[in-house]
Design a protein around this ligand. Sequence first.
Ligand SMILES: *Cc1c(COP(=O)(O)O)cnc(C)c1O
Length: 369
Amino acid sequence: MIPLSEPLLRGNEWKYIKDCLDTNWVSSVGKYVDLFEEEFAKYIGCQRAVAIVNGTSALHLALRTLGIGPGDEVIVSALTFIAPVNAIKYVGATPVFADSQADTWNMDPEKIEKLINSKTKAILPVHIYGHPVDMDPVLELAKRYNLYVVEDATEALGSEYKGKKVGTLGDAGVFSFNGNKIITTGGGGMLVTNNIEIADKTKFLCNQAKETKPNKEFYHPEIGFNFRLTNVLAAMGLAQLEQLPDFVRARRNNAALYYRYLNNVPGIIIQEEKPWAVNCFWLFSIVLDETSPVKRDELINALAVKGVDSRPFFTPVNMFPPYKDCLGQTPVAFLLYQRGINLPSSVNLTQENIFHICSVIAEFIDGRK
Ligand SMILES: *Cc1c(COP(=O)(O)O)cnc(C)c1O
């Protein structure tokens, strides 16, 4: 089976993890936590990075740090993995769902303004499958209405918006190092920001809101969390980060091959890259158009029979029971969900793999015409 997205661990992972074990620095302090944060901030091009136990907790902390809580509303992409929406609930706030653009599949800035009211405190755009959200109009609205912007950049590490890495455009940005993400620590996350106060507060809340007095007595002025990333995992993260430029290059090369082999296949829309965007192509994806003679699940099954793993798009989160009564009409997200498919996108895919995948798609559609 050609998997959807698998990690590649061929750098200094063993060496750095062994160093943690050899030196006994296995827990939540140690040089790799600091190094991983510093090097990550450098790569992303921002002031500070704070390592966190996973992406979901990083989103939770970002909202908590910004003081978002009960009675507040946060506008979030409907077409997303559920994590950012749950994070809004964890702080006691209410998600309001933004519909997708038909072409980038991301939050549609033109549909956001009418969702803003006196309770709105933040906008949480998700850069879906690697393609950046059109951030300028989002940031402009945020400025006009005095809202925070927290970017869920978990699927877009290495992607750029108008020359800047995503994650650095709003007040805070969040990344994930889950097993299938662009780099992995098995599980892990990072919050990035250009605001030193936000970074310090996040680091503080992440570590049980702990202050240490001169006599080493712990003091906790508020309720914090234990959301720290361990030194062992940070060591793995640092090794992965060293390979990140190569990983992004490989994923973009995958996309270029997909474009080449799928270009003339009728009935499908291929994932775009806007002129203002660099897409890391976390999951290269297609959407069946209205002329397509095949249904989403038929194609997914046809691919599976030929040894190719694929996946339908995320279910818009407002279709799930906990969120079905939330505000926000999302017809485009719903259509994309019915027709979208993620294709294998691992760093180590070969040209033959991609040719095979595209041939299966082309032949299956051709057989139905
Ligand atoms: C992967 C992911 C997350 C967070 O992932 P963790 O598994 O908690 O690290 C958050 N948002 C989106 C959109 C994701 O795809």
